[in-house]
Design a protein around this ligand. Structure first.
Ligand SMILES: C[S@@+](CC[C@H](N)C(=O)[O-])C[C@H]1O[C@@H](n2cnc3c(N)ncnc32)[C@H](O)[C@@H]1O
Length: 215
C-alpha cells in the first residue's frame, strides 16, 4: 500500500477514541472494555478500514477490533469509522506478531485475514500471516469454537495456507476457489483490496477453518 508519510498521523492515531492505547493492559479484560460479553472478531491487517466500518453497523452484537501497524493507514481506518457512531469497534496500532500480548487464551471468537501481503519470496515465508508461527499464535487466543477466515486473490498464498493449516491441525469448514460465485459470499462485505481485485475479474480464494482444539 503506497502512501505519502503523514508526520501528524502518529499523534492523530494516538488521540483517536477508537484506538486502544497500551492494549497489553486490556489482556483478559476485553469484555470489560466493551461493557458486554459479546463475541470478539479481530481483523488482522485492517488497511483503510471499510470492512470494519460496515460490519460494525450490520452486526452490532459482535465486538469488532482492527489491527494495523502502519499509522498512516490506520488513520484512514479511524477516519472512516468516524462515519459511524458504533460503540462496538476498536483499533489496535501494533504488529500482529505480538497478538498474544494483548489477548488472553480463548478471548477471540473469530480472526479475519483479508488480502494479507503474500510475501512471494521463499525466504520471506515466515512473514506470511498464515505461517505456522502465526497460526499457533491464533490458536491460543481463539475460543474452543473459534474460527479463522481468509480471503485472498493470491493462489500461492492460498495453497501455502492450506498446507500450514493442515500442519497445525486446523480443520477446514468452508472452502472456495471462486468465493464470489459460492454460497459463502451471501453476506459478504468487500474490503478495499477485494473490490480492486474483483473489478479486474480475478477470482477470490476463501476458507474458514477451526483449530482441532483451540487451546
Ligand atoms: C494488502 S493490505 C490489505 C488491507 C485490507 N485488509 C483489505 O483487504 O483491503 C494488508 C494490510 O496489512 C497490514 N499488515 C501487514 N502485516 C502486518 C503486521 N504484521 N501487523 C500489522 N499489520 C500488518 C499492512 O500494513 C496493510 O495495511
Amino acid at each position: 500500500m503506497r502512501l505519502r508519510r503523514k508526520p501528524y498521523a502518529k499523534e492523530m492515531v494516538q488521540k483517536h477514541p477508537r484506538v486502544v492505547l497500551e492494549p497489553e493492559r486490556v489482556k483478559g479484560f476485553w469484555k470489560e472494555l466493551f461493557g458486554n460479553d459479546r463475541p470478539i472478531h479481530v481483523e488482522l491487517g485492517t488497511g483503510k478500514g471499510r470492512f470494519l466500518s460496515t460490519v460494525c453497523r450490520m452486526h452490532p452484537r459482535i465486538n469488532w477490533i482492527g489491527v494495523e501497524r502502519i499509522e498512516d493507514v490506520l488513520l484512514q481506518a479511524c477516519r472512516k469509522s468516524d462515519e459511524t457512531d458504533c460503540d462496538n469497534l476498536r483499533f489496535l496500532w501494533m504488529d500482529i506478531q505480538h497478538l498474544n500480548e494483548v489477548f488472553a487464551e480463548g478471548e477471540v471468537e473469530k480472526i479475519l485475514l483479508h488480502f494479507s501481503d503474500p510475501w512471494p519470496k521463499k525466504r520471506h515465508a515466515k512473514r506470511r500471516l498464515t505461517h505456522h508461527r502465526f497460526l499457533n499464535l491464533y490458536r491460543k487466543i481463539l475460543t474452543p469454537s473459534g474460527t479463522l477466515q481468509l480471503k485472498t486473490d493470491n493462489e500461492s498464498l492460498f495453497a501455502f495456507t492450506l498446507e500450514e493449516l493442515e500442519h497445525c491441525g486446523f480443520r477446514l469448514l468452508e472452502f472456495s476457489r471462486d468465493f464470489h460465485r459460492s454460497p459463502y459470499a451471501r453476506e459478504n462485505v468487500q474490503t478495499e483490496y477485494e473490490e480492486k481485485f474483483s473489478e479486474r475479474g480475478l477470482p477470490i480464494y476463501y476458507l474458514l477453518a477451526r483449530p482441532s482444539s483451540a487451546y
